[in-house]
Design a protein around this ligand. Structure first.
Ligand code: NAP
Ligand code: GLV
Length: 311
């Protein structure tokens, strides 16, 4: 039995080092040094190249090295019979919670305008006219591991929090909406909208002109989910016509964001380099090894992805 790491874009040597530290007896290989393909039963993967998984005849489980699994299903040759496990990890959840709270507070305190005023040496008394947190409607698209934790943190800060999911939810202090029928009501009350959806055929391109038109005028957007959720060409027109005031983007259709992309220089767009929540090999490898042991002994895997739903 061999474990193969296919993660050229995500610290392959660190993942291998952690695996070897905790399980020195295991046969660990790093793509593209696969050796005998028949040996490989488990793969740790982040953005594997097309066909890389399909050429492993005895592959049983793919461990996504992130919470999202769209990077696996983007491969048209993905072997649909294998089990997929994704990351659910307290450090990852904390990272996202911190990112969302940071940028929500930034907008709540009107910081982008204050930054402009400092640049122009303007002392504007109107800057004292801020809303209270409980007057600030914050909407979260996606109430899964990450969305729920962000909702709880923002509720503790007394924001007026609502969330949207595919199936009904009941979360203390959070107004919950579900399904396509519930989306408009969430949008209408969200002055700060946060996207924490998985990227699936249902959610691809959801952040578009039509959605922006259903938000209160002058809203803020934080997209920390996937670049594919945003219809990029719809964003700058929505900022120009005042529908949106400012947006924070951590994820992009093309990553790294090309140096000549207009988002880099736009004064109403904050760009971060897909670092909202980073997987920490030190804690995740322990979970993966426990899952391999479970799988070997015939027990159920943890955090298994529903391939039919795509998340
Ligand atoms: P999750 O636990 O699977 O939660 C997904 C949520 O989205 C669930 O509440 C689900 O509804 C909802 N949802 C899915 N499809 C929907 C639809 N068609 N309509 C309405 N709601 C829908 O995922 P997670 O762990 O919270 O992670 C969310 C995403 O964050 C990941 O997929 C990844 O893309 C992104 N992410 C980004 C970073 C970063 O650094 N930027 C880091 C980690 C993750 P149900 O609850 O009803 O199933
Ligand atoms: C990061 O984007 C993840 O999916 O964990």
């Amino acid at each position: 039995m061999a474990i193969l790491i296919i993660a050229s874009q995500d610290r392959p040597d660190w993942w291998a080092r952690e695996l070897r530290t905790h399980a020195p007896e295991l046969d660990i290989r790093i793509w593209p040094e696969v050796g005998d393909v028949d040996d490989v039963e488990y793969v740790l993967a982040w953005k594997p190249p097309r066909g890389a998984l399909a050429c492993l005849p005895n592959l049983a489980v793919v461990f996504s090295l992130g919470a999202g699994v769209d990077h696996l299903f983007a491969d048209p040759e993905f072997p649909a019979h294998v089990a997929v496990v994704r990351v659910i990890d307290p450090y990852l959840t904390a990272g996202m919670r911190e990112y969302v709270v940071l940028h929500t507070l930034h907008y709540h305190k009107n910081q982008p305008a204050l930054d402009r005023q400092q640049r122009d040496h303007v002392w504007d008394d109107r800057a004292r006219e801020l809303r209270q947190a409980d007057e600030q409607g914050v909407g979260i698209l996606g109430l899964g591991e990450l969305g729920r934790s962000c909702a709880e943190a923002l509720t503790r800060l007394e924001f007026d929090v609502a969330g949207w999911s595919r199936t009904p939810k009941d979360l203390p202090g959070v107004t919950c909406f579900e399904g396509r029928g519930g989306l408009d009501a969430l949008l209408a009350r969200s002055r700060i909208l946060i996207c924490l959806l998985p990227l699936t055929t249902e959610t691809e391109g959801i952040l578009d002109t039509e959605l922006f038109s259903k938000l209160p005028n002058g809203s803020y957007l934080i997209n920390a989910a996937r670049g594919g959720h945003l219809v990029e060409e719809d964003l700058i027109p929505a900022l120009d016509d005042g529908r949106l005031t400012h947006v924070t983007l951590d994820v992009f259709r093309t990553e790294p964001l090309p140096a000549d992309h207009p988002f880099w220089d736009h004064p109403q767009i904050t760009v971060t380099p897909h670092n909202a929540a980073i997987t920490d090999p030190r804690s995740i490898v322990i979970q993966i090894l426990a899952d391999i042991e479970r799988h070997t002994s015939g027990a159920a895997l943890s955090n298994r992805v529903d391939i039919g739903l795509g998340y």
